[in-house]
Design a protein around this ligand. Structure first.
Ligand code: UDP
Length: 282
């Protein structure tokens, strides 16, 4: 059923006519830069939309939910490795929308212990389904690194702009914890299973690999799997970017009996397969 999460009526109908036991809530806008330009749109969709959903869930007595949160809730810290107890102080609108919804869900849980809630904080999800059928096609210029690299490799863009090579990192470029979307997806299934089968729980879990990779490392890997050259130009740092951060994913590993196993090579291979199958210019 195609609908808009801001539309209470359609949510009401869905809960009325479908037999729903649990919800995995992915219906969020996710472009960090766009959120700064259109905060009302972001708060309306991500926060108000979530409230609509929670309200209808409550009315339908559906009280099990997995929520897509984000590592952006942590904001800026002096350490690079973030565990779930790292203080949350988001530095942008997008992060604040996720942070607000996490807190709403915590308050809901406090008021009614029948809720089961998994709050999943994603690091940098990349890749595509291994079939090459499901992938990401940014409507405009990609904001994120891997979709941009992929479009350069496909001949859809001339070159990659690297946002700074003077960070205090191994090669001067930013380092991030990239996680394959299929690893991310399996963590959702495991979370759902856990909260469905252990009542009265609330979990906050980091989803990442626990390792970071630089922009140059990602470029090199993509060049290797695609056989294409990725021309680049180093430009100024992007405001708000951090030098490096990655997950302490040990809590999710233990609780879910899960580990993000797919390598950066597989992330690039799957992205490239999807790109070639769908949008290719050369
Ligand atoms: N990056 C870059 N050029 C781009 C997009 C991203 O150099 O066109 C860098 C960015 O500075 C960061 C890393 O790649 O160090 C990952 O950025 P992305 O936007 O994918 O994720 P996030 O900043 O949200 O972690």
């Amino acid at each position: 059923i195609k609908g808009d999460i801001r539309d209470r009526d359609i949510l009401k109908k869905i809960f009325k006519y479908q037999s729903i036991k649990s919800v995995i809530h992915f219906a969020g806008l996710k472009a960090v830069g766009e959120a700064e330009k259109f905060p009302i749109k972001y708060y309306e969709n991500n926060v108000l939309g979530s409230l609509n959903l929670f309200h209808e869930m409550e009315l339908a007595e559906v009280k099990t939910i997995v929520f897509s949160s984000s590592a952006t809730v942590y904001g800026k810290h002096t350490k690079n490795k973030y565990d779930e107890d790292t203080p949350t102080r988001p530095i942008n609108v997008y992060g604040r929308t996720k942070h607000i919804v996490e807190n709403i869900l915590r308050d809901i849980k406090k008021s009614d212990d029948n809720w089961s809630i998994g709050l999943l904080r994603y690091f940098n999800p990349v890749g595509a389904h291994a079939s090459g059928i499901i992938g990401e096609n940014p409507k405009e210029k990609p904001n994120n690194l891997l979709p941009y690299i992929s479009q350069v490799a496909a001949g859809l863009r001339e070159k990659l702009f690297i946002f700074g090579n003077d960070y205090p990192t191994s090669d001067g470029t930013g380092r991030r914890d990239y996680i394959h979307i299929e690893d991310l997806s399996s963590a959702h299934i495991k979370t759902l299973y856990l909260i469905q089968n252990t009542k009265n729980k609330l979990f906050t879990l980091n989803l990442g690999t626990g390792k970071s990779h630089s922009v140059f490392e990602m470029i090199n890997q993509f060049e290797e799997v695609s056989g294409k050259e990725i021309p680049f130009q180093v430009v100024d740092r992007r405001p708000g970017d951090l030098a490096e951060f990655y997950a302490d994913a040990s809590k999710a590993e233990k609780l879910l009996d899960w580990k993000a196993n797919r390598s950066v090579k597989e992330m690039c291979e799957d992205t490239w397969r999807w790109q070639k199958n769908n949008f290719f210019n050369k």
